[in-house]
Design a protein around this ligand. Structure first.
Ligand SMILES: [Zn+2]
Length: 248
């Protein structure tokens, strides 16, 4: 079950209240970092597999939401906060594959802060760190919370834009080889700036994809008239345009 700040953040995205969404996703991140969500996820547990990824994801989404709202200073502030958390995790808490994944987040935060060159350097460090870690089971590692959260981030930001990203796009075709992970970093380096541009141009950040239903008999979009449903954060919205669905 999603936490309440995040759920409320989803509703704010649906309503196009991006300032509010930035606040709520910030609070979701802070609550997660402070272990206030009651899930027993210790931010500084060096043995864990990186639940902190969901806080980092929330900070990226917060920063982008503020950016769409035109709150440029707050967007930069959240991006800087997020990068500081990710760097601390990389240097003092995580190691190996998980430290590499922290660099992916550092790259994302740099992109959102408008530091494209520093972002590219972070993504390059991520790829190099994955190669050094060279895990036996890259596919299994890709589902660790830290890596899964980072995959969620890029797929969320790119939703319903011309630069939409799937899990397979991000990981490439070779799940048994380290390229499965290094591909993530190279892909992000190439695509994150374009995704941010697409969001800027649309002036819109959609809610994330949750549980979906195709050709629903029970719901129809009052805007584009499709019956493709996205259940997310307690909302029932159109998969294509994120308008709240209605009964037919
Ligand atoms: Zn629609």
């Amino acid at each position: 079950m999603a936490d309440s700040h995040r759920d409320e953040g989803v509703s704010a995205l649906v309503d196009g209240r991006y300032d509010r969404a930035g606040d709520l996703y910030s609070q979701a991140a802070y609550a997660e970092l402070a272990e206030c969500e009651g899930k027993g996820r210790d931010t500084f547990d060096t043995e864990g597999r990186g639940w902190v990824g969901y806080a980092l994801d929330a900070l990226v989404v917060a920063a982008v939401a503020y950016r769409v709202a035109g709150a440029t200073d707050r967007a930069r502030n959240r991006a800087l906060q997020g990068a500081l958390v990710a760097v601390d995790q990389r240097d003092n808490v995580r190691s190996g594959v998980l430290a590499a994944a922290c660099e992916e987040f550092v790259g994302d935060f740099r992109v959102v802060a408008g530091k494209t060159e520093a972002a590219a350097e972070a993504y390059d460090r991520a790829a190099a760190a994955y190669e050094r870690a060279d895990p036996d089971d890259p596919l299994e590692w890709s589902t660790a919370p830290l890596l899964h959260a980072a995959a969620d981030t890029i797929s969320h930001l790119s939703r319903n834009t011309s630069a939409a990203v799937t899990w397979d796009d991000l990981h490439g075709p070779a799940p048994s080889r380290v390229e499965y992970l290094t591909h993530r970093a190279g892909f992000r380096k190439r695509r994150m700036p374009a995704i941010l541009r697409a969001v800027d141009e649309a002036g819109r950040l959609h809610p994330p994809r949750g549980t979906t239903e195709h050709n629903s008999d029970d719901w129809v979009c009052p805007d584009c008239r499709t019956n493709e449903v996205n259940w997310i954060g307690g909302e029932v919205v159109c998969l294509d345009c994120s308008t709240r669905m209605e009964r037919p």
